[in-house]
Design a protein around this ligand. Sequence first.
Ligand code: PEP
Ligand code: MN
Length: 279
Amino acid sequence: MTSAQPEKKKALAYRQTGQPDTLVNVGANVCFGAEKIVLIGGPCAVESQKQITDTARAVAEAGAVMLRGGAWKPRTSPYDFQGLKEEGLLMLAQARQETGLPIVTEVLDPRDVEKVGEVADMLQIGSRSVQNFPLLREVGISGKPVLLKRGMMTTIEEWLDAAEYVLAAGNSNVVLCERGIRTFDTALRNTLDVCAVAVLKHITHLPVIVDPSHAAGDFRYVVALARAAVAVGADGLLVESHWRPAEALSDANQSLTPGQFQELTTECRAVATAIGRTL
Ligand code: PEP
Ligand code: MN
């Protein structure tokens, strides 16, 4: 028994005895929680129409079934690139039209949920917003599929409580995303908590995916962490890729080139096959 066993007050996020995995559908063809592992690729931020469209094409060719890209960026410094906002949303929509990939993008402010939800196929709640309760309530009310990242200092229990806010608002389309936590180790940006994936697959019915990019913070380790994520049972991968990583306005150091993204797909497919899944 772990400390995070089902309790009555957390009935929605926790798996009840015998409860099957919840499937979360996005767009016409993407399903989180099924046998096929969902590969999401794209840049940290939307920077221009050409950048997002060309990157979308490259990741689609390499096997991605969804496009990521931030239009509103939660930056530690207010002087860093904050995203193209509404203009970025339109660029994402154009890239979707050209590639057919559904879009996941972050919403930072409860007041923007409706606007972002009109364009995005899935709303991302970033690590820094995991306990922004008014925002969680608002995406809950929206009914849109939600990708809920783990906070860098959030316990599994606190994370599931955050999911509970969305579920309690009537939205059962929640996908959890482990993206690395802060530990005593400073070698990498964060520490990928593969334990959390194993625990969550047991105690919750919600799909669980992994973001190896923000965990590593370094492109050299992203493929290895992605392989580990598939091996431990992740239902999907969220991977940052950029057509020209050196020119990226955010998270350049962790962004994969299209070639590296292809390598990630090939290697993760082999791991998926070994555990009886597809990618
Ligand atoms: C992102 O996905 O670009 C991002 C900001 O992630 P996180 O919230 O995990 O830091
Ligand atoms: Mn990023």
